[in-house]
Design a protein around this ligand. Sequence first.
Ligand SMILES: C[S@@+](CC[C@H](N)C(=O)[O-])C[C@H]1O[C@@H](n2cnc3c(N)ncnc32)[C@H](O)[C@@H]1O
Length: 237
Amino acid sequence: MPDPGGIIYFDASAETLAREIAQRLPDGFALASGAAPAGGWCLFVDRNGLTLRDGGNARFRWPDEPAHGRRRASRSALARACAVGPGVRVLDAMAGWGTDGLALARLGCRVRMVEVNPLVFAMLDDRLHRSGVCAETELADARSWMPGPEGERYDVVYLDPMFPATNKTALPAKPLQVLREIVGEGTPDISDLLQRARRCALSRVVMKQRAHGPAVGDPDWRIPGRTVRFDVYRPSA
Ligand SMILES: C[S@@+](CC[C@H](N)C(=O)[O-])C[C@H]1O[C@@H](n2cnc3c(N)ncnc32)[C@H](O)[C@@H]1O
């Protein structure tokens, strides 16, 4: 029985497209024709492509973005924290919508993006496919990729946990609102993920944090930013 999060609903006009999308995804995603269920987030294909729907209504879809269509932010804080360069192997262990992973891939890194939530994974995989950017995706708990199934290690392991809830009332941007609704806030096992990441990384582990939020453990150095900062850890022996 597939995980309910892995069911893709489609309307009659989009059957061929729905089959193409499902074929690219890993085993466990199933197709179901007809209307999306009345409650909760689900994957839905119409003639415009894969969308997320909530209760059959709210929609979320990544716009098309060409492989080289965005400014290459080679001096961004993320790029400096990861010491990016052509061929640098990056494990984006908490890939989410893939915004950071795509940016690193566009800068020439060889990126593997791991995401544990099937709804988020399907949207990530579709976004990557439509962007034409070259990177790999895995639907998995990152713990099984640190190290990888064949002992793979990476120059950089990048961790971008869900931040804990705050009492701020301003709404974040739509993609983050949707992500919070689907996966929740906070990452209780982040210390464990960090320890594994430090054993798996050959050069460094980079963790995104709120600019003034507490660090996990004891970072070796930090790259500050206006809203977020990047904490950098050396690998453990
Ligand atoms: C803040 S988001 C990442 C955002 C991403 N950096 C981007 O640019 O779109 C964190 C993601 O980590 C995922 N996640 C949490 N624990 C995980 C785990 N153990 N393995 C893989 N993914 C995990 C969540 O499902 C969520 O999608």
